[in-house]
Design a protein around this ligand. Sequence first.
Ligand SMILES: *Cc1c(COP(=O)(O)O)cnc(C)c1O
Length: 368
Amino acid sequence: MKIPFMDLRSLHEGISEELRDVFDRILDKSTFVLGPEVQTFEQEFAAYVGTRYCVALNTGTAAIHLALAALGIGPGDEVITVAHTFIATAEAITAVGATPVFIDIDPISFTMDPTLLEAAITSRTRAIIPVDLYGQVADMDPILEIADHHGISVVEDACQAHGAEYKGRKAGSFGIAGCFSFYPGKNLGACGEGGAVTTDDAELAQRIRMWRDHGSSKRYEHVFPGLNMRMEGIQGGILSVKLKYLDLWNDQRRSAAAAFDSALAMANIETPTQMNNRHHVYHLYVVQSDNRDALRKHLADADIETGLHYPTPLHLQQAYRFLGYREGDLPMTERIKDRILSLPMHPHLKAESIERIAFELQESCYVS
Ligand SMILES: *Cc1c(COP(=O)(O)O)cnc(C)c1O
């Protein structure tokens, strides 16, 4: 039997009544864009993350884009981030006309290496975007300290880390703004597209609210040229339903990760590390091996789906060739790109599936 990488159908099956109610309610009220369901979700999600405000948007890409725009970051400014992430992190920077500056990662946590930060800061640096990759918060204390010392804003890309924690604080509550995606496959996903910014800063929240709605807070009064990045009413209602299950689903992901950890202990494979003082929510379960391609093929032949997150780092993508980076510029990022393999991971992954995946991986290790 095929073991899929993700299983949204199982996730929604148990709560389909509640989800259908949302569709009915929205159809009834015709509150299709923003509206009371979105407002309620904003309040619930801010409370969950532990920030004063949440502004709901149409995507996670928009969340990072509008956080930077509302901070007044634009042409001539530099924003430091990592190249080992989804391209949206950097697209948000180029979307406001600023320049991405890529630094390397720590190969154990897969997140920004804070010891490289100081050397990347120039007089043009306006923001730092650490990415909470795979479900684990970046090493925030040193990042925030360096940023603070230089008067630079930290915008957290928490798009893969709903419910993750660092020293007891939730992802999205560090820095001036936390950015979330509710793309269906994320730990908290809409039934369609969605995103949000979380913040304690009332003024920033207000500016992002205006940015998402054509630069206005009053209909047809446009204070600046903004954009249309509003959340749909249906997604707000869906997300309120699913938020109630987020902690349970994250616990199920953590149990699956623990089962993988022990099942793979004897195999010649590096399993992911939960760093000290961090609560990992395993958006992805990423192992490392020198024989990655052979392992991946062996699993595919056994009808087990895997993923690569991500096969080409951003500094080597054609899209960012104009920045002038070359192979060899980010050694850790480049080393792991050929070693990483994302195994199936979702809240409803069965114990038998984990055993079968581990069995096939061990088999493959001995053959190769
Ligand atoms: C998913 C994701 C985004 C973008 O979110 P969208 O909702 O797809 O626009 C940004 N950054 C990271 C790290 C992501 O995983």
